[in-house]
Design a protein around this ligand. Structure first.
Ligand SMILES: Cc1cc2nc3c(=O)[nH]c(=O)nc-3n(C[C@H](O)[C@H](O)[C@H](O)COP(=O)(O)O)c2cc1C
Length: 378
């Protein structure tokens, strides 16, 4: 079968048949079923080989070394989808270039009360109120021990979502414990994300007062971690606040930033009020298209202000190669997504990579690194 044929066929089947069925069923039930299926597929060499032959896009124009890590392509699965570390073996075969697990916390968490996940199809968004549902750092590291990864796998670390973690001092110790568990483990992860931007956590601790952020980063620095750390940034701060936060981070060890996390703005003109109305109260944040433009603005701001001090991972509302390329030309070297995969289908990474190769050619650019930031100053 022609290599280009199956991703397109998968998209058509997914959008016209599979998604229509899946979107009738409660989102978390479907999420669990899909992640289980992906985990099972990842155990079969023949399935991996077949998917790789159809979905993996290998091209030297997409290969980069970022923060000392080799990335075969720039499309990664963002934190929040694979919080039980089940997909590490299957994602490379369907075209992903890297994956972040988690967010993982020191103490296991069942997550917030349901509903934790909802769909807003017209807004091309998801309502997320997961609250760091995960197995905890020890169990996760045990699960990963002994596994080899074909793509760089990162661990997103955040503060435990438990009522006891209710002060800055306890939260710092809690986060440091998690880093230490993974540092002492034999897992072959390539990088860390430090998630300072999760909305909806118990304990009411925030790392935005710059003093709190400095204390956290100073403690992390003391661990002398060799693997690169990327900080997952909030979406809805003012430019002034973002520059202050980035300036603070720039004085410590993190090599990059992820721009950005979810939107808390229920009144966004990009969210249909009748869809937001299905999730009353204040809990829950929003992914997908409502985050796209704001994330682009932050990428541009960060790239222009901090130049190559930070590797930028662009995240928010990427549904196509064009969306990914926009973030790259504004300054992102790598891209992460979740919502695009749920709306467009699991072949999305493969299609974006093929599309990026075409877009680079069209612009007469030989390598992705030459496209990074070319539109940031326009
Ligand atoms: C279901 C779901 C769960 C998420 N959980 C986390 C999380 O645990 N940690 C984190 O840093 N971001 C989390 N996020 C945010 C995503 O990583 C990403 O920043 C955001 O969804 C924007 O990307 P997207 O529009 O491609 O989904 C989650 C997003 C979704 C949709």
């Amino acid at each position: 079968m022609n290599k280009k044929y199956l991703p397109k066929a998968s998209e058509v089947i997914y959008k016209n048949i599979i998604k229509k069925i899946l979107f009738q069923i409660e989102p978390e039930t479907i999420h669990n079923a899909m992640v289980n299926l992906g985990g099972q597929f990842g155990k079969s060499k023949s399935i991996q080989n077949f998917f790789s032959s159809q979905f993996k896009i290998e091209d030297k124009s997409l290969k980069q070394n970022i923060a000392g890590i080799e990335f075969a392509n720039p499309i990664g699965l963002a934190a929040g989808f694979d919080y039980e570390a089940r997909l590490t073996q299957i994602l490379p075969s369907i075209g992903f270039g890297f994956e972040t697990l988690g967010t993982i916390t020191n103490l296991a968490s069942e997550g917030n009360l349901k509903p934790r996940l909802g769909r807003l199809p017209k807004s091309k968004s998801l309502m997320v109120n997961k609250g760091f549902r995960n197995l905890g750092a020890i169990k996760t590291s045990e699960k990963l021990t002994g596994l080899s990864f074909e793509i760089p796998v990162g661990i997103s670390i955040g503060k435990s979502n438990v009522p006891e973690c209710d002060s800055q001092a306890k939260s710092l110790q809690d986060i440091i414990n998690t880093f230490m568990i993974f540092e002492k483990s034999n897992t072959k992860h390539a990088y860390y994300e430090l998630n300072i931007s999760c909305p909806n956590l118990q304990g009411n601790v925030s790392f935005y007062p710059l003093g709190n952020l400095k204390e956290l980063l100073a403690e992390v620095d003391k661990l002398h971690i060799k693997k690169p750390i990327f900080v997952k940034m909030p979406l809805e701060k003012t430019d002034y606040e973002v520059i202050k936060i980035l300036d603070t981070i720039s004085k410590y060890c993190p090599k990059g930033v992820i721009l950005s996390n979810l939107s808390k703005n229920r009144k966004s003109r990009l969210l249909r009020p009748e869809e937001v109305g299905k999730f009353p109260g204040n809990a829950g944040s929003f992914s997908g298209k409502p985050t796209y433009e704001l994330s682009n603005e932050l990428i541009k701001l960060s790239y222009k202000t901090f130049k190559d001090r930070f590797a930028i991972i662009g995240c928010g509302g990427v549904f196509s190669a064009k969306d990914a390329y926009e973030k790259i030309t504004l300054g992102a070297s790598l891209i992460q997504l979740i919502t695009g995969m749920i709306f467009e289908g699991p072949q999305i990474a493969s299609q974006i990579n093929s599309g990026l190769i075409e877009l680079l050619k069209k612009d007469g650019v030989g390598h992705i690194s030459e496209a990074v930031g070319i539109r940031a100053h326009l």
